[in-house]
Design a protein around this ligand. Sequence first.
Ligand SMILES: Nc1ncnc2c1ncn2[C@@H]1O[C@H](COP(=O)(O)OP(=O)(O)OP(=O)(O)O)[C@@H](O)[C@H]1O
Ligand SMILES: [Mg+2]
Length: 372
Amino acid sequence: MTLSRSNGTVLVVEDFKDTADIICRLLKRVNYEPHPAYTLKEASEKLNSIRCDVVVLDINLPDGSGLDFLREIKSVDQDIPVIMLTAYTELDNAIKSLREGADDFITKPFENDYLLHSIGRALERRRLTERLKQSEKFRLLGELAAGVAHDFNNLLSSINAHLYIVKQKMEHAGDDLKEHLDAIEMAIDDGAAIVARLSSMGRKNADNFQSIDFNHLVQDTVLMTRPKWEHEQRRKGRTITINTDFGPARTVKMNPSDIREVLTNLIFNAVDAMPGGGEITITTRDLGDAVMCTVSDTGVGMDQEILERIFDPFFTTKGQGTGIGLSVSYAIVENHGGTLTVDSVPGRGTTFTMVLPVNQEPNSRGDGEIPQ
Ligand SMILES: Nc1ncnc2c1ncn2[C@@H]1O[C@H](COP(=O)(O)OP(=O)(O)OP(=O)(O)O)[C@@H](O)[C@H]1O
Ligand SMILES: [Mg+2]
């Protein structure tokens, strides 16, 4: 998941202002967002007010030991990587810091490349950990879905069958009663749709893998979703347009109904994000061994806190939402060996980017189920 436009936010805790400034300038040059802190007190405040991706931490600070702050960081979020800055004479402390969970230590004076390399490696490890956690959530949800969906579906069909009989027997019932029966019927339909989407999380996707013209599939989805983004919005007095910008035609191996579902979810979310109307732009590009598709909107956008949770199953900010659209989409794209990332600016809009390998074999990731 792309969480911010920079390569990452780095808290630089170093009491020597010159050293801190050199590190910050270096980080800025390679598109990190550095935040200097010259004391532990300042560092502690920043840790609580900004979302740190990495901390570079001096061991000796005027108001305390970096080792204490290391413990504080790990108690806030044990996955934040910490790189210790030490003098040669402090190697004992450096080793202690590794035992306390630091990711690396660098002795001063340090080489710029070495520091950047260490930060890059720590960030990569953090991303992998996040991905693993996300995959674990999907695995659990997939198991839950497989167990529950089937029973729940039977239950819904049973209610539906009884409802049908009641409706027949009450053919001449008043409008008032009919309204309630219709409401029950609608709720059953919604329940069935949720179950269908939930079970898609645990679905094996080895079936129905076909070679598909990617641009055609995207175009078809735009047309299929037209009632939602055009007609429904027009009835509500707002205008939403979809612009497309397609790259060269490519054939991609995929489960087409799965990928259509992903695009439909992205388009529906874009529509929901533009209560005053706006524009959706959909692009496709040929990346050689993969294709890329972006879906951008000019809607409300998302702040960092929401961005971090959107792929979590059942996370929604909508009254009527189920919160599974994006988690299902993420699982589908991962099952295809691809990636789904997001970039968003509050008040300006959001772009989702899906990258799909063109030659993914359905079983090349084990049994084709959600990756573990
Ligand atoms: N394009 C977007 N712009 C702004 N916020 C978005 C966008 N796409 C997703 N979100 C946020 O992510 C949340 C989760 O989206 P997701 O599609 O998983 O669930 P949902 O749309 O709330 O419900 P549903 O299961 O019906 O799709 C949304 O509730 C919304 O807050
Ligand atoms: Mg949605």
